[in-house]
Design a protein around this ligand. Structure first.
Ligand code: C2O
Length: 550
């Protein structure tokens, strides 16, 4: 194993897309940001220097951060922000993980422009449990905002309404399709994947979009999924992939045996179950067989994608995932549960303050989102610091996050009267090595949408899922405790539920939240506090000296 050093200079840089030039926050002037690559067992050290007016933190999405919670990155959870002119060194080791992840800013909506691939290769002399690819290509799905995304969410939080939608989706920062800005600039803005015939390519797919689950497909080609959230899965074929924000997947693309002398469109567009119109565009890229083709060859063949609200396609797709579960990569599903939780997940409204008239839905002050009717407020000092130094926490947070919803929930026929949320910085405290089960129940009370729930600090096993109300008597016997998929982000189906299990073997403070940034901002988040174990190697070490102060 080696130590890999990186430097992230956070700088403003002018970037032009959709004929619109704006100054944006970047890492090293790049959009999307630079690639980080390491092998299992390596140490990664990234010095982040903030040269912009905004506060910044960086999160290494999906990295377990075993006993290195100080490097996790969510603002006000594991660290205070890195302020202008300051720097912070993120230092962590890759333990038992290989595959595709990504890094992104974890403060306000800065991750709209601050994100990049995080590639974990197997140890030296270790191979993939699938055919060795000819080439590996990361494809990041993102969004382009003509406006400043931070201003968009700031305004949305103030007025209490929903935010604008982005102006385009992107592949590796390019909106496509063949956007014609002025004269001859059409080609610049389209992502092209150049391939040779008869080869296998490993596409490292990353959904870094802020607010949309996306369908993805390449015309006339089949994809074989081999990995999800940096865990190996039993390979399966499909023409269409569904990827939620925060999810990553490795898929094999086999190119045609001979030069088809053609190009093919690849497309992505959102999955959204409600009546909203988030389908503001479809992003297109081009799969191009390298041959003496006429330059600027434009494909005609488009893949067909499911309808924007095709919930059964999504449920069917997510049910295909199984852990690889071989002797070398066994699924380690907790067979018994020490603590069981039931969390409702959904949108709601904040109560209108007394003696005020409010513009929000049902005379509320604004939209809110919650788990168990609690809309989580970010504290003013990082929770991990407060927890670690045990300063009786000065009322910064409480430890009474409820194990079941504050107000009883019944999916069928619930009148929308339990949409009101309670604000608070509430956490759940669990002892080291607790085996945890959480059933996440979507409420679909205001607006139907599936929520990509992400857990920091752990991978979890998705042991069950279904539509309607979770039934505590009849559903658990059907759980898959043999080879369920292991991941860090799972879509809670619109109008349904998922059950997850994880072993709390990582001391620290760990955020769990919806990876739609708009829901995150509305409060769809909570934090687990995992206590130290008794042995020295079960304790969180003290923070690094350069940990930013609030
Ligand atoms: Cu990728 Cu807390 O996030």
């Amino acid at each position: 194993s080696v130590t890999r050093h990186y430097k992230f200079d956070i700088r403003l840089r002018n970037v032009t897309r959709l004929c619109h030039t704006k100054s944006m926050v970047t890492v090293n002037g790049k959009f999307p940001g630079p690639r980080i690559a390491a092998r299992e067992g390596d140490r990664i050290v990234v010095k982040v220097v903030n040269h912009v007016p905004n506060n910044v933190t960086i999160h290494w999405h999906g990295i377990r951060q075993l006993r290195s919670g100080w490097a996790d990155g969510p603002s006000y959870i594991t660290q205070c922000p890195i302020q202008t002119g300051q720097s912070y060194v993120y230092n962590f080791t890759i333990v038992g993980q290989r595959g595709t992840l990504f890094w992104h800013a974890h403060i306000s909506w800065l991750r709209a422009t601050l994100y990049g691939p995080l590639i974990l290769l197997p140890r030296l002399n270790e191979s993939y449990p699938f055919e060795k690819p000819h080439k590996e290509v990361p494809i990041l799905f993102g969004e382009w905002w003509n406006a400043d995304p931070e201003a968009v969410i700031a305004q949305a939080l103030q007025t209490g309404g929903g935010p604008n939608v982005s102006d385009a989706y992107t592949f590796n920062g390019f909106p496509g399709p063949l956007y014609n800005c002025s004269n001859n600039e059409t080609e610049i803005e389209t992502f092209r994947l150049k391939v040779k015939p008869g080869k296998t390519y490993l596409l490292r797919l990353i959904n870094a979009a802020l607010n949309d689950e996306l369908f993805f497909s390449i015309a006339n080609h089949t994809l074989v999924t081999v990995e999800a959230d940096a865990t190996y899965v039993k390979p399966f074929e499909s023409e269409i992939i569904v990827l939620g924000p925060g999810q990553t997947s490795n898929v094999l693309l086999k190119t045609k045996p001979e030069y088809p002398n053609a190009t093919f469109f690849m497309l992505a567009r959102p999955y959204f179950t409600g009546t909203g119109t988030f389908d503001n565009s479809t992003v297109a890229g081009i799969l191009e067989y390298k041959k003496p083709l006429a330059p600027k060859n434009i494909p005609t063949l488009k893949p067909s994608l499911p309808a924007i609200n095709d919930t059964s396609f999504v449920a069917n797709f997510s049910s295909k995932f199984r852990s690889l579960n071989t002797a070398k990569y066994p699924a380690q599903v907790p067979q018994k549960v020490d603590k069981s939780f039931f969390f409702t997940v959904g949108l709601g409204t904040s109560p209108c303050p007394k003696n005020q008239t409010c513009q929000g839905p049902n005379n509320s002050s604004k939209f809110a989102a919650s788990m168990n009717n609690i809309s989580f407020t970010l504290p003013s000092i990082a929770l991990l610091q407060q927890h670690f130094f045990g300063q009786a926490n000065n009322g910064i947070y409480t430890t009474d996050f409820p194990a079941v919803p504050l107000r009883p929930f019944n999916y069928t026929g619930t009148p929308p009267n339990n949409t009101r949320v309670t604000n608070g910085t509430k956490t759940v405290v669990i002892p080291f090595n607790t085996s945890v089960q959480v059933v996440l129940q979507d409420t679909s009370i205001l607006g139907a949408e599936s929520h990509p729930l992400h857990l920091h600090g752990f991978n979890f096993y998705v042991v069950g899922q279904g539509f309607g109300n979770f039934n505590p008597n009849t559903d658990p016997p059907k759980f898959n405790l043999v080879d369920p998929v292991e991941r860090n982000t799972v879509g809670v189906p619109s109008g349904g539920w998922v059950a997850i299990r994880f072993l709390a073997d990582n001391p620290g403070v760990w955020l769990m939240h919806c990876h739609f940034d708009v829901h995150f901002s509305w409060g769809l988040r909570m934090a687990w506090i995992v206590e130290d174990g008794k042995l020295p190697n079960q304790k969180l070490p003290p923070p690094p000296a350069d940990l930013p102060k609030c």
